[in-house]
Design a protein around this ligand. Sequence first.
Ligand code: SF4
Length: 455
Amino acid sequence: MLRTVYIKTYGCQMNEYDSTRLADLLRESHGLTRVADPALADVLLVNSCSIREKAEEKLFSDLGRLSEWKGLRPGVVIGVGGCVASQEGEEIRRRAPYVDLVFGPQTLHRVPALLDDALARKPRVDIAFVEMEKFDALPEPRAEGPRAFVSIMEGCSKYCSFCVVPYTRGQEFSRPFDDVLAEVASLAEQGVREVTFLGQNVNAYRGARAGGGTADLAMLIDYVNEIEGIGRIRFTTSHPLDFDDGLIEAFARIPKLVNHLHLPVQSGSNAVLARMKRGHTVEAYRDKIARLRRVRPDISLSTDFIVGFPGETEEDFAATLALAEELAFDLSYSFIYSPRPGTPAAEWPDMERAIKEERLARLQAVNLAHAQSVSRAMVGRCERILIDREAPRGRGDLSGRTENNRVVNFPSPRRDVIGRFATVEITQALPNSLRGRLVAVETAPASSILTPMAS
Ligand code: SF4
């Protein structure tokens, strides 16, 4: 009899969300409890990601390790989902015949049926693109703390020349507006105070409304702003093309929309952006940021860069460095370009690895300097955080996140404040987090009434 499931998740927040929902689903269908140790699991699942380099090799080496559990404990079921599963399909079972089920991002709701087939010794591969069926079939979400992801759209129709998402997740499709509102309301009732709307291209959201017509992301934020208990709203990941005036106005009028935006620019060179098929220029990106900063002068910005894209010259790269200096991002995620099979750019001549690495190091030095200077400038300031858990490294500290998504750890003897908004004074900037001193805790969800705390 199956009792437990272990899910290893790679990649983006969409995959984390999918894994959480998969665990919800298997709890409901087969009574499985999610465990963090594969040694304790009857069902071993890998939710794969194909964005990074050598994703397939990593997956097969993981599967090799997991197959040892099958040798030790006959009856263990092994499954693979996510974007590599979507890309490789039957090839996974050909290379790893001990895998019992393969599912794609759009068929994870069919995993209970695939699991039953696996138990009947009928291994199956199901990587169809069935869009809304998945969301209709998932159970009510179960909150795991005061922060929650809510997937509002999936797929992408932009077809950037380096990206596999349109091939692995399919075309853009949005969940119905009223379904999203119902999910957020349910999470708020369970104690969630911060929601992050997810989508590969989240600001392309166009959700059908029950009464007719569609809602865009700005309208969704307006409605979620009214849901009792929700004190903070985030969204990721946005595409500059769809970052429109409606969203800028939402930042102007909705304080619950956090003072942070992640807007990938990818390159500071128009020539590279054109080859990437991004559909925007550096000037258009800069203009949107300037207009956003007019309504939120101190907004925190983060971005993504790809370094060493095919044909990137030293001048192109210098333009990227200059843009990173000019816009002084709070946080930047920069990656070396690596060809993804099946994408147009994979057919183009790749650059020498050493050049890419050298450019990445230069860009990361600039980005790190900006990130550290933002963190250092926060020292001495009071910040509003959502206390979301006990700090992982012991010492009895609690942990929360600022509006600009930095982790703050601080001492507190109280555990009943987890899930509440609080004010902390930042006392120290560390490389990956901040330390703080608790000043006050808000008495009620999203309330502005403060209870002074002893220091
Ligand atoms: S917009 Fe994002 S998800 Fe879509 S193809 Fe481009 S990089 Fe990939």
